[in-house]
Ligand binder design. Sequence first.
Ligand code: ADP
Ligand code: ASP
Ligand code: MG
Length: 422
Amino acid sequence: MALFVQKFGGTSVGDTDRMKAAAARVAATRASGHRVVVVVSAMGHATDELIGLAERVSALPDHRELDLLMSTGELVSCSLFAMALRERGVPAEGLTGAQAGIRTDGVHGRARITRIDRGRIARMLETGVVPVVAGFQGVSDAGEITTLGRGGSDTTAVALAAHLRVADTGGCCEIFTDVDGVYTADPRRVRSAAKLSRISYEEMLELAALGAGVMHARAVMFGEKFAVPIHVRHSQLPDRGTMITRETPDMEELAVVGCALKEDLGRISVRGLRNARGLQGGIFAALADRNIVVDDIMQTEQGDATVLAFTVDHGDLADAKQIVGGVVAQAGSEMQVEVGLSKVSVVGVGMKSHAGVASRMFRALGDASVLIHNITTSEIKISCIVDKADGQRALDAVHAAFGLALGDGATVGMQTDSVVGP
Ligand code: ADP
Ligand code: ASP
Ligand code: MG
C-alpha cells in the first residue's frame, strides 16, 4: 500500500466543480489501494484578492495580520475539499497548517518550515481518514500563524512527503497543476516549448529560482534533500507528467534543458567608501533576518568608492529598501533603487561538460538586439539581466538558440521513466 501526497494548486480547485473533480481523483487513488494525504492551495485567485483587500485598508499592511488574512484562503479550500471527499464516501478531515503540525520560524510572509510534529496525520492515516491539509501556512513556536511565501503550497506538500517517507512506501509527491508537466520554458510564454519527461532536482531548483513558477523553489530543495520523487501532472488531463528525480548520467547529454524569465526585478545599489569594512556583512545579515532572498550580487570599485548592487523580486523590494536604507544611513553611504529589470537564464547539468554555452547565449541575445546589463553564472546556469521590455524577446531568442523547441528533437527524445503512481 503506497502513500501519496497529492497537492492541488489554485486553478485545480478554482471552483466547486474542479474541486469535486480533484476529490474524485483522490478517491480513485484510494480505491486502487493506496493511502493519500491531500494538500490544497487557495481557490483560484483568492490569495491575490485577500492581498487586494488588505491594500484597500492599509498602504503597507502589517505582516502578521496579512499572514492571518492570507491563511484563510487555504482554509476555505481544505474544508470544502474534505466535504467533497465525504460526499463520495471517503472519510476526510480538513486541517490548518498548525493542526497538521507544520512548525515554522516566525518570519511573517516568508516563513521557513523548521519541523513537522508527528502525530495527527499519522493517526488519521492509520484509521483510514484522508487528511486534507491547508498548504502555504504553518505556526511559529510563539503560536503565530505564518505563510511560506507565494506559491508555498508546493513546499507544504513536499515537506509532508519527506516527513511521511512516501518514497519508502513506493509512493511520491504529486503536484497537480494547470499544465501537464515541466516544459523547456513557460508554455504560456513560448508556444513551441517542449515537455520534459524527467528533470533533475538541481535543474528544477535553478529553473524555479530563476522564474519557472511551476514549482516553488524551496519545495524542490526539500525534494532533493530528502530524495522525494516529485511528479508534476495536469489535474484534469490524463498525462504522464514530468518526474523530478536525482541526476542520471544521460542527463548530461544535453547542455541546456530549459530556460526561464524572471520579470519585475528591482536593483538596489549602495555607494560606499572603498575602505569601509563590514558594510556588506551588515546589509546581507539584515536581509537574511527577514528571509529575503537576494538574486545577483555585484561589486565594482570606482575611484575611492565601491558600488555594491544586488537584485531582488519586486515583491521584496519595499522591505529590502527599508532594511538596506537603515544600514546605509548608519554607515553614511548612499542608496539607489532601480525597477523594471528582468532576468533571462538557461539551465542544464550538461553545462558542466559542454563548452560554448555562454557564447551561444550571448550571440543569440546580441542578434536579437538585447542589451545585457549583468551576467552571472554557476556550474549549471547562465543568467543575464536585461531591460523588462526586452525580456520576452530574450527568452524566445535563447529558447531557439539551444534548439529547445518542440520538434527540434532535443528534449522530445529524452527517455521517459515509468510513471510512478496510479
Ligand atoms: P498552481 O496554482 O497549480 O500552483 P502555478 O500557476 O503556480 O500553478 O504553476 C503553473 C504555471 O507555471 C503554469 O500555468 C505555467 O504558466 C507556469 N510555468 C512557468 N514556467 C514553466 C515551465 N518551465 N514549465 C511548465 N509550466 C511553467
Ligand atoms: N495560495 C498561495 C499563493 O497564491 C499559495 C499557493 O498557491 O501555493 O501564493
Ligand atoms: Mg504554484
